[in-house]
Design a protein around this ligand. Sequence first.
Ligand code: NAD
Length: 381
Amino acid sequence: MKIGAPNEVFPGEDRVAMTPASAKDLQKLGYECLIESGAGQSAGFSDATYTEAGVAVVKSAKDLWAAADIVAKVRPPSTDETKLMRADQTLISFFYPAQNKELMDAANAQGSTVIAMDMVPRISRAQKMDALSSMANIAGYRAVIEAGNNFGRFFTGQVTAAGKVPPAKVLVVGAGVAGLAAIGTATSLGAITYAFDVRPEVAEQVESMGAEFVFLDFEEEQTDGAATGGYAAVSSPEFAAAQLAKFREIAPDIDIVITTALIPGRDAPELWTKDMVDSMKPGSVIVDLAAERGGNCKLTVMDEKVVTDNGVTIIGYTDFPSRMAAQSSTLYATNIRHMMTDLTPEKDGVPNHNMEDDVIRGATATHKGEITFPPPPPKVA
Ligand code: NAD
C-alpha cells in the first residue's frame, strides 16, 4: 500500500510528517512512499533527497490524497483536506479529538480511519510513538534558546578582565516533559536554575538535572495539585495562594521565567500575575509555553512577543517545534514510523488495524464509520 505526506497547509507550519530516512524504514515495512512536491523544503528536505530515498514525488496535494492509502500529517486536517479523505483511507496526524468534535464528525462522515498521534497512551511500550513528548521536549529546549535570544546577558557567570558577570537566574514552572527539557537546557548554558511543580515527586528529577526545587511555605504535604497518572489536578485555593506568595517573593530576583504548567482538559492555570511582572528587573524575559491554553502569565499574548513598560519581554509563541522544523520533523516522522511498525507486524505493506492492541485502540478516533473516541483506559501500564 501507499503512504504519503502532503505539504502542511496550516499557516507558518514548517514541519513534515515523512523524512527521507523515515521513508526508507517505511519501505522496509513493505510500503510505497509518496511526498507532495516541496512538502519537506522548510524542514530542510528537498524533493531530490526524497527521490534518492525511493520516494515518489507527487505534484499536488489533491494527487497525493487521491493516491495514498495512508496519509501522514503533522497538523489536524483542514476543512478542505477533510473533503479529500476517503472511506478506504487512514489518516495519521495530531487530531485532538476532545477539542475537535466537528472535525471528528467530518472525518467519520467520510468513513476514514483516524489515528490521533496526541492520543497515543502514555505507557512504557508506546514511548517511541509519543509525539506529544517528542514535541514538548523540543518546545522546552527552544523556549530557553528563545529566552536567551531576547536576554541581553550571558546565562553563565564569568569573571573576565572586563568585569565580573553574575549568572542568569532561571525559573521553570511546571516540570513535565517540556519543563525538564527547559531545565536541562538552562543548566547546560550555565544558569542558576530553579523549578517548581505541584507534583512533588518530580523534585528528585529536577535536582538530578542540576536545578533547585522550590518548596512552598505550606503546612500540608506538598501533594495538593498532584493527580493520578503523572498529571496535575487543580490546586486548592490555599495551596494556590502559597504558590503565588512564593513566586511573588522570588520574582524580583529572577531573570528568565519559563512556564509550562498545564492541567489536562482545562485552561492553563494563571501563575505569574501582573504585579509579579511589574516587580521583575528590566531586561527579564518570560516564555509562556502554555500560551495556546490561555497562558500561565496574565500578560501573555498568544503568538506574540510583547515588551512591558518596565522592560520585561513576554513571549507567547505557540510554534516552537515548527521553529526547529528539521529536528521536530525527524522525531515526529520517527514516531509515525514506529506507529506504522506496530500497525504492520507482517512487514507486508498492509496495515493490520488491531483494535485489541492498547496503543492502536487508544489512538484511534474513528474506524470503519464509527467514532471510537474516547477509548477505554489501557490494560497495561
Ligand atoms: P503537562 O504538559 O500536562 O503539564 C506540564 C507540567 O505542569 C506537569 O508536570 C504538571 O504537574 C505541571 N503543573 C500543572 N499545574 C501546575 C501548577 N499550578 N504549578 C506548577 N506546575 C503545574 O505534562 P506532561 O509534560 O505532558 O507530563 C505529564 C506526566 O506524564 C509527567 O508525569 C510525565 O512524566 C508523564 N509522562 C509519561 C510518559 C510515559 O510514557 N510513561 C510519557 C510522557 C510523559
